[in-house]
Design a protein around this ligand. Structure first.
Ligand code: URA
Ligand code: SF4
Length: 284
């Protein structure tokens, strides 16, 4: 846990590594993200386009190492075309500031990019239809840490996990999500704080674990000697060649203070659903 003696969070891990990219590469990333956003804004792949005012592709620093993934836009997001700008967004921004980061230094997006009417939960087929956009955003950003906000985001990055058991913990992400070398860090949805005061405190405490989770995720990437796995491996391609998914104790364990989470990650059996060319699911 990144709490120093003083009780202050360890803020040494900034979300944008100073030497992460050359300026040119940053511009390429920005352009690739803009291309995805432009496609999202005119997308009609699922029924949600019919009731949206604006699609909400997501926003943030193109060179960040940290992406926050929520569920779907609400009313304010739908009107403005930007993620997390309502009450839950204000609280998320406050949480990010509490560890001395700025929201502009991370990337913020959602599992579905258009508002489910009446703020209902996104349906499974809508999540599947929208998944390629998130997958491509992750491929472009290549984050070290994916912070999941809420149930649907959690199921995308930690299939089968229960939020009550895993909040405030990290585990390796399946490269099939598009994040080829990342850990996911689970958090409750910020809106949960409005329903239960105790969860506000849980969210605040879990947030203080993020800088350490980022540092752990970074060290996991640095200890990776292999070239990156192909982004979209053939179905059934040998996952054993992805060391951080199969090695229980790498020299520098990416999640050193969470042995149980390592066990869970190891026990996780990836599903092998085949993907058609135009329907790349995150759930595989
Ligand atoms: N809730 C979400 O999950 N995402 C937003 O963008 C806003 C509220
Ligand atoms: Fe397209 Fe996603 Fe919007 Fe559905 S939710 S219309 S898949 S952008």
């Amino acid at each position: 846990m990144a709490i120093e003696q003083s009780g202050e969070p360890d803020t040494s891990a900034a979300p944008v590594a100073p030497d992460a990219m050359t300026p040119m590469a940053v511009e390429e990333r920005r352009a690739a993200l803009d291309t995805i956003a432009a496609e999202v804004r005119v997308c009609t792949r699922c029924r949600l386009w019919q009731t949206r005012t604006n699609a909400v592709p997501g926003e943030g620093h193109p060179d960040t190492e940290v992406i926050f993934v929520g569920e779907g836009p609400g009313q304010h997001e739908d009107i403005q075309g930007r993620p997390f700008v309502g009450a839950a967004g204000s609280f998320l921004t406050e949480l990010i500031r509490s560890i001395a980061w700025q929201r502009e230094e991370v990337f913020i997006t959602n599992v579905v990019k258009c508002r489910p009417p009446g703020n209902r939960d996104p349906e499974a087929d809508e999540i599947v239809a929208c998944a390629p956009y998130l997958q491509r955003q992750l491929a472009v950003l290549d984050p070290a840490l994916v912070v999941t906000l809420g149930r649907h985001s959690l199921q995308t990055f930690m299939p089968g996990a229960r939020i009550g058991a895993v909040h405030g913990t990290a585990r390796p992400v399946d490269p099939g999500t598009g994040a080829v070398q990342a850990n996911a860090y689970a958090m409750y949805h910020p809106a949960a704080a409005f329903r239960q005061q105790a969860l506000r405190e849980t969210l605040q405490l879990d947030m203080t674990g993020i800088p350490a989770a980022l540092e752990s995720a970074r060290s996991g990437r640095l200890s990776q000697p292999e070239p990156l796995e192909p982004l979209f491996p053939e179905p059934g391609a040998a996952r054993a060649s992805v060391p951080h998914l199969v090695d229980p104790e790498p020299a520098e364990s990416p999640v050193p203070d969470l042995p149980r989470e390592r066990e869970l990650a190891l026990a996780r059996v990836p599903a092998t659903t085949e993907l058609s060319d135009d329907q790349m699911s995150l759930f595989r």
